[in-house]
Design a protein. Structure first.
Length: 299
């Protein structure tokens, strides 16, 4: 049974009225959900799947997606419970549950990706999908990927705290009431990133809706990154770990440890950028990703 606060979700006619690249948007029924999906580029180009991170939506790719669309057909959905996509039932909020839902969307679209790229938790979803065999891209790119548990006691305390907040039905509403522009700016800058006022306002719009907040908390509360981390040595997909050198949310050193656990991976460190590196400097991130794709003969 869905929480009644999920009814307070972002409204396409309100929060989406001037959504970035609104003309690229459509709504798709798949895996029991109504998804908001944006598509860019030529239909005959090879497919690139983009997944945003926790608390974000397709606006996260407003600068990067058009650059990648010069060479690829880019598909970027809002993850379940985020932005304008329906939430999953609470029982399916695990990482494997989220991966199954996205796999259902990919199957419905009929566009298996040759390149898959995800930010933070979005990278974890894609890694799980690769391990499960629901996608088989030639390259997996993680932008400051959340592919390892938090260090030390934080790996136990953070998910437990998120779970307590998620289970309290009033938490999302309280957070939404306090989500003004200054609060959104502080949250973003806490990750080591600086966005322009328009970028901050897009996050503020989402955080002001308790249904979106609940979707983000649900992801954090129900994921087991330990299990994913243990499975990573079995990830045969070539992997590019793109890291912002100033990331405060996922320390850059984490990527080098991940590289050593993966069969075929390398790290690309981009100095001077934080956790939202792909939003701060989409041109720099696109250059690194496309250079790696070209080594595989892509597109």
């Amino acid at each position: 049974m869905l929480n009644p606060f999920d009814a307070d979700r972002p409204d396409w006619a309100v929060e989406g009225r001037d959504w970035p690249h609104r003309e690229a948007s459509r709504f798709v029924e798949a895996a029991g959900l109504r998804w908001h999906v944006q598509e860019f580029g030529r239909a005959e180009a090879p497919t690139l799947l983009l997944l945003h991170g926790t608390g974000a939506a397709t606006h996260s790719w407003r600068g990067l997606a058009p650059l990648l669309a010069r060479d690829f057909f880019v598909i970027a959905p809002d993850l379940p419970g985020h932005g304008f996509t329906d939430p999953l039932p609470d029982a399916d909020l695990s990482l494997p549950g989220m991966a199954r839902a996205v796999a259902g969307l990919v199957a419905a679209l009929g566009r298996p990706p040759v390149l898959a790229a995800g930010h933070s938790a979005g990278a974890a979803v894609l890694a799980r999908m690769c391990l499960d065999g629901s996608i088989a891209p030639r390259l997996l790119a993680a932008f400051n990927g959340a592919l390892a548990p938090l260090p030390g006691a934080a790996s136990l305390l953070f998910p437990s705290m998120a779970r307590l907040l998620f289970l309290n039905p009033f938490t999302p509403k309280i957070f939404a009431w306090t989500a003004d522009r200054s609060a959104a700016k502080r949250l973003i800058e806490g990750t080591g990133s600086r966005l322009d006022p328009a970028g901050v306002d897009l996050y503020r719009r989402l955080f002001a809706r308790s249904g979106h907040v609940r979707g983000a908390l649900g992801m954090m509360a129900n994921w087991d990154l330990d299990a994913l981390h243990r499975a990573l040595p079995g990830l045969a997909t070539r992997t590019l770990l793109i890291v912002g050198g100033d990331d405060r949310a996922i320390l850059p050193d984490t990527a080098f440890g991940l590289r050593d656990r993966l069969p075929d991976a390398r790290v690309a460190l981009i100095r001077g950028l934080g956790h939202l590196a792909h939003e701060e400097a989409p041109e720099r991130v696109a250059e690194v990703l496309l250079a790696e794709a070209r080594t595989l003969g892509l597109p």
